[in-house]
Ligand binder design. Structure first.
Ligand SMILES: NC(=O)C1=CN([C@@H]2O[C@H](COP(=O)(O)OP(=O)(O)OC[C@H]3O[C@@H](n4cnc5c(N)ncnc54)[C@H](OP(=O)(O)O)[C@@H]3O)[C@@H](O)[C@H]2O)C=CC1
Ligand SMILES: N[C@@H](CCO)C(=O)O
Length: 436
């Protein structure tokens, strides 16, 4: 059978991984796909860069729309990133009957409903394994491997850059800035790294997984997002004294009231496997009612790991290209007319355990005032730690681990605690997940 021809938009980190792995593993890929997969067109604004990647036998164009519209192309690979021109490119390719493989979670989290509807109407496929957790085949697992289950929750380390930064800060004492710089040099970070460090990239990914897990439309606006830029090394150290590690987690949970969707630094018991996932590695825990908890682990970013996911999608599309569109795996795992309208819950209704750090004057009655306020809001204390008094300021840190409490109650209690004249500065609040 003739090879399937693909066009690639972008010649960056991911595109280079795709091209290299396609070349290196050509024979195995052909044996798996049933026919060869050949790069026919590449777009680049810098011709020399594209030539260095694909050589001179591949058509190089400077207008991405020449990839989207090229008559010889069956599948386009979008590895540009960002919202525009990626959105217009993908919609144009769909309009021209091309299947689309993309690594762009930002695009799908914001415009996925529009893109999947367009693909459905045209009878083409849009696949995005590389968009979530780099090289880990977690989308495939959610769409296919776990399709017997009622998914209960997902919790994952799904941003390689921030996990790399947290690991270097904890293990090597690097500063946040130095660790971010290296993550950028290694090709892990987004073009705008604030997407990584402020939790937006992880929120894009957990939003996509939430839709796949619960059969709801993609709803990025419902995500509550906190990154790691405000996380103090002190809290990493104190958390360890209680037996916890801090990781940036993306969490989505089905509760009787609706769906939680959130990203924030989270204390995890250090005995959990996921607490020991370090560097650029990602890990995703998925809890299904039949299978129980399952864990997916691997490189969350980087050229070849991400290329591995893009190529797996290319092979999938190649295998199913002649199948009747009605019988392909649905884009969002559930049939498009079977998506549910489940409410998305605000952060204030989350119930979990909390870590609170307060800076207080070393005076009699301080602790009693604080615990009284907590008790008035139905918050019970599980453990507490007080540090040595600083001689110069006469201040001390009090760290409190609560039992399961309502976020709204914690927030009200914290506001009251901050009005005490013995309490200074911000009260640090972090969420704890036992992930049992
Ligand atoms: N890096 C990683 O480890 C991972 C990245 N991703 C995602 O993959 C996508 C690509 O990431 P990555 O490869 O790192 O990004 P890079 O910045 O390395 O590459 C992006 C490429 O897209 C092209 N491009 C960017 N903007 C435009 C534009 N306006 N018009 C035309 N071409 C454009 C550039 O092409 P040129 O300059 O040649 O014209 C460049 O080669 C993103 O969506 C990212 O989130 C997903 C998983 C892992
Ligand atoms: N910037 C992303 C790339 C992979 O999606 C990360 O660090 O995880």
């Amino acid at each position: 059978m003739k090879p399937i021809k693909i066009g690639i938009a972008g010649t960056g980190v991911v595109a280079s991984g795709v091209v290299k792995v396609l070349q290196r593993n050509q024979e195995e890929i052909t044996r798996r796909a049933g026919r060869g997969i050949e790069v026919a067109v590449v777009s680049s604004r810098t011709r020399a860069k594209a030539e260095a990647l694909v050589g001179q036998n591949v058509l190089i164009v400077d207008d991405i729309m020449d990839v989207a519209r090229h008559p010889d192309i069956d599948i386009v690979v979008e590895t540009m990133g960002g919202y525009e021109p990626a959105r217009s490119f993908v919609l144009e390719a769909i309009a021209h009957g091309k299947h689309v493989v993309t690594a762009n979670k930002a695009l799908l989290a914001e415009h996925g409903n529009e893109i999947f509807a367009a693909a459905q109407a045209k009878g083409v496929t849009v696949v995005f394994e590389a968009a979530v957790a780099g090289g880990i085949p977690v989308i495939k697992s959610l769409r296919e491997g776990l399709s017997a289950n009622r998914i209960e929750w997902i919790a994952g380390i799904i941003n390689g850059t921030t996990n790399f930064i947290l690991t270097q800060m904890r293990e090597k004492g690097w500063t946040f800035t130095d660790a971010l710089k290296v993550a950028q040099e290694l090709g892990y970070a987004e073009a705008d790294p604030t997407f990584d460090v402020e939790g937006v990239d992880a929120a894009h990914k957990i939003t996509l997984m939430s839709a796949l897990a619960f059969g709801v439309p993609i709803n990025f606006k419902a995500a509550s997002i906190e990154g790691i830029s405000q996380l103090a090394a002190t809290d990493i150290t104190y958390a360890e004294k209680f037996g916890y590690r801090i990781k940036l987690l993306g969490i989505t949970k089905r509760t009787p009231e609706g769906i939680e969707l959130r990203v924030h630094p989270t204390l995890i018991p250090d005995s959990r496997l996921i607490a020991n996932v370090n560097g650029v590695m990602n890990a995703v825990l998925v809890k299904g009612d039949a299978v129980g908890a399952t864990l997916y682990y691997g490189a969350g970013a980087g050229a070849e790991p991400t290329g591995s996911s893009v190529i797996a999608d290319l092979i999938d599309v190649t295998r199913t290209i002649t199948a009747d569109p009605e019988h392909r795996v649905p884009h969002l795992a559930f049939q498009p007319d079977a998506l549910a309208n489940i409410p998305m819950l605000p952060l204030s209704s989350v119930k979990t355990r909390y870590y609170l750090r307060l800076t207080v004057q070393d005076r009699t009655g301080v602790l009693a005032d604080i615990t009284r306020i907590l008790a008035n809001h139905d918050i019970s204390v599980d453990a507490m730690l007080q540090t040595e008094v600083d001689d110069a300021t006469q201040q001390t840190h009090i760290v409190i681990m609560t039992h399961v409490s309502l976020e709204a109650s914690i927030d009200t209690a914290v506001l009251q605690i901050k009005t005490l004249d013995t309490v200074s500065g911000e009260v640090v609040k972090l969420r704890v997940e036992e992930l049992g």
